[in-house]
Design a protein around this ligand. Structure first.
Ligand SMILES: NC(=O)c1ccc[n+]([C@@H]2O[C@H](COP(=O)([O-])OP(=O)(O)OC[C@H]3O[C@@H](n4cnc5c(N)ncnc54)[C@H](O)[C@@H]3O)[C@@H](O)[C@H]2O)c1
Ligand SMILES: O=c1ccn([C@@H]2O[C@H](COP(=O)(O)OP(=O)(O)O[C@H]3OC[C@](O)(CO)[C@H]3O)[C@@H](O)[C@H]2O)c(=O)[nH]1
Length: 387
C-alpha cells in the first residue's frame, strides 16, 4: 500500500472506504481487486460464486489480508446481499453473463442475469443511500447509424455516423428473433432504471460502458480451465486456437471492427471513478481506446504474428479459416459492426486517457497465455481420449 496520503483530482485527501464488489472473482473484478489492494487503503468485500482468479489475493500472509474478504454467494438468492451492501460505502456491480455465445443460446439466463438479478442491487443501494458503480456495456449502442447507409455512401467516413457518444448516440438493436440483442437490451433497461433512481430518488451512481477490455485472466481456455465445448470471447478463442496450433476462426469473414483497450489502462479509469465521486456521480462513461481499432481479421493476423514471436513456434501456413456465424454461434446471432468510443466525458470529468497500443497489450497478454497454458495444452493433447 502507498504510504503517502492519496489525493483526489481536486487535491483533497482520499478517505479509506469499504467497497462491496459483486462479481469480484471475474476478469475485471480480479484486476480491480489487485489494483485496490496494491495501491490504496480501501477495503473490499469481494462477492462471487467463484474465486479462482483472486485466490492469490486471498492468502492470509499478504500485506492486505485484513482489507479483503471473500463471500461466496449467488446474488440470485442470498439474504446476505443487503447486509453486505449496507456495510459498504460503495457497491460496484460486475456480475453478469457477458459472453456473446450465451446471448442467443441462453437468452432467458442472459436477461435474468443482466436485468432481474441486478434489480435488488440497485434497490438496496437506493434505499440505503449507498453509492453504486454499475457495469453496463458498449453493446448498448448496438449497430452504428452508418451501417444502415449504402455501402458506397461517403457519409460512412463521417465520424458523426459511427463514433459512439454516451449522451447523443441512439441504441440500435436488431429484431426480436435476433436474440443476440437480449444482453444489450437487458443492460439498456438496467441503465435506464439506475438513471431513473438517480432522477427520482437521488441514487448516487456511475455507469461504466466498457469497450472490449482485454488482458490476462479473461474468460477461459476450453478444455483446460473451462468446458471443452464452451465459447469464450474472441481473445480467449484466438488464444486457444494459437495454443493448440489450429487456424483461428473468422466469423462471417472477420469484417466487424472493434477497439480494444488494455485491462490495466481501463482499471485506472475505474479507480478514478471510485476516488472522485463528485466528478463521477450521475455520469455514464465510455471506457475504451479509440486508437486501437482493427477488424477481427486484422486482430487474428496480429495475434498470430505476436504468438509466433513470444512462443518461438512458427505460425501456421494458413493461420485463419472462415466460418459462418450460424455455424459458430447458432441461430439468432447478429453483430455490432463498429465500436469507437467518444472520449469527451471521461476526459472532461476524470482526465483519463488510455496508454497502451494494441501491439503492446497483445504482446504482454499472449506472453501470459503461453506461460500459463502451453504446458497444460500439450499434456491434454498427448492424453489418449477414453473410448
Ligand atoms: N470485459 C469486457 O470487455 C466487458 C465489456 C462490456 C461489458 N462488460 C461488463 O463488465 C462486467 C464484468 O465483465 P467481465 O469481463 O469481468 O466478466 P466475467 O464473466 O469475467 O465476470 C463476471 C463475474 O460475475 C460473477 N457472477 C455472475 N453472476 C453472478 C451471480 N448471480 N452471483 C454472484 N456472482 C456472479 C461471475 O462468476 C464472474 O466471476 C459485466 O457486467 C460485463 O457485462 C465487460
Ligand atoms: O473465434 C472467434 C470469436 C469471435 N469472433 C468475432 O469477434 C468479434 C468480437 O467477439 P467477442 O469479443 O467475443 O464479443 P463482442 O465484442 O461481440 O461482444 C462483447 O463486447 C463487450 C461485451 O459486452 C462483454 O465483453 C460482449 O458482449 C465478433 O465479431 C465475433 O463474431 C470471431 O471472429 N472468432
Amino acid at each position: 500500500m502507498a504510504s503517502s496520503v492519496r489525493l483526489d483530482l481536486d487535491g483533497n485527501p482520499i478517505k479509506p472506504i469499504t467497497i462491496c464488489m459483486i462479481g469480484a472473482g471475474g476478469f475485471i473484478g480480479s484486476h480491480l481487486c489487485e489494483k485496490i489492494m496494491a495501491e490504496t487503503p480501501h477495503k473490499v468485500l469481494a462477492l462471487d460464486v467463484y474465486n479462482d482468479k483472486i485466490k492469490h489475493l486471498l492468502e492470509p500472509d499478504t500485506p492486505w489480508a485484513a482489507r479483503i474478504q471473500f463471500h461466496r454467494l449467488n446474488i440470485k438468492q442470498d439474504s446476505r446481499l443487503e447486509g453486505l451492501i449496507k456495510m459498504a460505502d460503495l457497491t460496484i456491480n460486475l456480475a453478469a453473463i457477458c459472453t456473446p455465445a450465451d446471448y442467443n443460446t441462453r437468452p432467458l439466463d442472459t436477461i435474468y442475469s443482466n436485468f432481474i438479478d441486478a434489480l435488488p442491487v440497485v434497490k438496496y443501494c437506493s434505499e440505503n443511500q449507498k453509492r453504486l458503480i454499475h457495469f453496463s456495456t458498449c453493446e448498448v449502442y448496438g449497430k452504428t447509424i452508418g451501417s444502415f447507409l449504402p455501402k458506397d455512401s461517403p457519409l460512412r467516413q463521417d465520424p458523426a455516423y459511427y463514433v459512439l457518444k454516451e449522451d447523443a448516440s441512439p441504441c440500435i438493436f436488431g429484431s426480436i428473433e435476433k436474440q443476440r440483442w437480449s444482453y444489450a437490451c437487458a443492460k439498456q433497461l438496467i441503465e435506464r432504471l439506475i438513471y431513473a433512481e438517480g432522477a427520482e430518488n437521488g441514487l448516487e451512481f456511475s455507469i461504466v460502458r466498457p469497450f472490449n477490455w482485454i488482458g490476462p485472466r479473461m474468460d477461459f481456455i476450453p478444455g483446460i480451465d473451462g468446458p471443452s465445448e464452451g465459447v469464450p470471447r474472441v481473445l480467449a478463442c484466438f488464444s486457444n486456437n494459437l495454443l493448440r496450433q489450429e487456424p483461428l476462426k473468422l466469423v462471417d469473414g472477420g469484417q466487424s471492427q472493434r477497439t480494444f483497450v488494455y485491462i490495466k489502462d481501463a482499471i485506472e479509469a475505474v479507480l478514478l471513478m471510485i476516488e472522485n465521486p463528485a466528478r463521477a456521480n450521475g455520469h455514464i462513461f465510455n471506457v475504451g481506446n479509440p486508437n486501437n481499432e482493427v477488424t477481427v481479421k486484422q486482430l487474428a493476423e496480429m495475434m498470430t504474428q505476436i504468438y509466433a514471436k513470444v512462443s518461438g513456434e512458427p505460425a501456421l501456413e494458413k493461420p485463419t479459416i472462415d466460418v459462418s456465424s450460424k455455424e459458430f454461434y447458432g441461430v439468432g446471432y447478429d453483430d455490432s459492426d463498429k465500436r469507437i468510443p467518444d472520449m469527451t466525458i471521461i476526459n472532461q470529468q476524470l482526465g483519463w486517457n488510455p496508454k497502451t497500443s494494441l501491439w503492446d497489450l497483445l504482446e504482454s497478454t499472449l506472453t501470459y497465455q503461453h506461460r500459463t497454458y502451453a504446458e497444460a495444452i500439450k499434456k491434454a493433447i498427448a492424453k489418449p481420449v477414453a473410448s
